[in-house]
Design a protein around this ligand. Structure first.
Ligand code: AMP
Ligand code: MG
Length: 325
């Protein structure tokens, strides 16, 4: 299959996305592996295809500020930045991702890796914009490469790395920026730089009228991918449990009798990944004493599930500073 881009393929892409499949999507930064940001199962496909060893919250892509406001809460400062950077004819033709509080229950919990915040960006690439606009809701899209491989800046590069495992790659030519977006946290009154990319600190500061803090100077936050910002349940979590204790809520995997919830009764790891954060959150709100989790095979996307569960079970946050890709 060769990469494509015309109306027929746009229609095909929309059908695939609705069914929960992934599609290769050109953006001005790099090519993305796009999936419906409201379907856990679709987002799980992204992780499975990328063979990521851990779950990283993903950026959701919108076609407008209006769509963005339906999924995240935009403070006046966030609105000011979005209005300046997210315009196709803006003088700030530079990619900026804003991390804001999520405000929509329909957004997949896997997409935000269980966090209450969401990273949002409006790409300027016309193919990405028309795809999102026609789809009518945000697309989650990390770079379209296998974990630890180079981010692709052409449709051919996506095909070379992921091949026929991606059912359709839209071809929008070579990426103009070729570099990831800058990520800024705007969940508080302070602007915190989480990743440097196509938009410079100077540009952001000139629009915001205030200084951008580097992560190392920000007391309350750690770099993206550091454990401390990741979801941790309030109830204690025990892993690899085959004999639950009284008072446990059992999060099962496979044919486990008596499970409170089951990540996948048929033992499907992609289904388990899709259910992981939503089920953990649900059990965390119950009145159980502890959450016990069945053993999960440590293969394929099971490695990412075990990585996340191990971090969620770890009470010593300082001990874990492993960055995520
Ligand atoms: P990419 O793989 O290029 O899509 O990168 C996504 C980046 O955005 C990762 O470094 C994530 O850790 C970061 N990110 C996404 N969502 C959030 C969030 N809610 N809070 C902080 N960082 C985030
Ligand atoms: Mg990447």
């Amino acid at each position: 299959m060769n990469p494509k881009n015309d109306d027929m393929h746009l229609e095909h892409a929309l059908r695939l996305l609705s069914k929960g499949c992934v599609v290769g999507m050109p953006t001005e930064t790099v090519y993305g592996l796009a999936a419906d940001a409201t379907q856990d199962q679709a987002v799980a496909q992204i992780y499975a295809l990328k063979e990521r060893p851990s779950f990283n919250p993903l950026i959701i892509h919108v076609d407008s500020l209006e769509m963005a406001c339906q999924w995240g809460y935009f403070s006046p400062l966030a609105l000011q930045l979005a209005a300046a950077f997210w315009k196709v004819d803006s003088p700030y033709q530079n990619p900026l991702t804003l991390v804001v509080k999520r405000n929509n229950q329909n957004l997949s919990h896997l997409v935000t890796a269980g966090l209450d915040t969401v990273a949002i960006r409006m790409p300027s690439h016309p193919v990405a914009l028309s795809l999102i606009k026609a789809f009518g809701r945000p697309l989650a899209a990390p770079s379209a490469n296998r974990s630890n491989h180079i981010s692709p800046t052409t449709a051919d590069a996506v095909y070379q790395d992921l091949g026929d495992r991606v059912p359709l790659i839209l071809d929008g030519g070579a990426c103009a920026v070729g570099l990831e977006s800058t990520i800024v946290d705007v969940t508080t009154d302070n602007l915190i730089l989480l990743r440097l990319g196509g938009a410079t600190v100077e540009m952001i500061e000139s629009v915001a009228g205030c200084a951008v803090q580097r992560v190392e100077h920000a007391a309350c936050i750690t770099a993206p991918g550091m454990l401390k910002r990741h979801y941790a349940p309030h109830h204690p979590l025990r892993l690899n449990v085959t004999s639950p204790l009284p008072g446990d809520a059992l999060l099962g995997f496979g044919a486990v009798p008596g499970a409170t919830l089951n990540l996948s009764e048929s033992g499907d790891l992609v289904e388990a990944a899709a259910n992981l954060f939503a089920m953990m959150r649900f059990l965390d709100q119950s009145s159980c004493r502890e959450i016990a989790v069945s053993p999960i095979p440590n293969v394929g996307i099971g490695m990412a599930i075990n990585d996340r569960l191990t971090r969620a079970a770890c009470t010593d946050l300082e001990s874990d500073t492993k960055g995520l890709e």
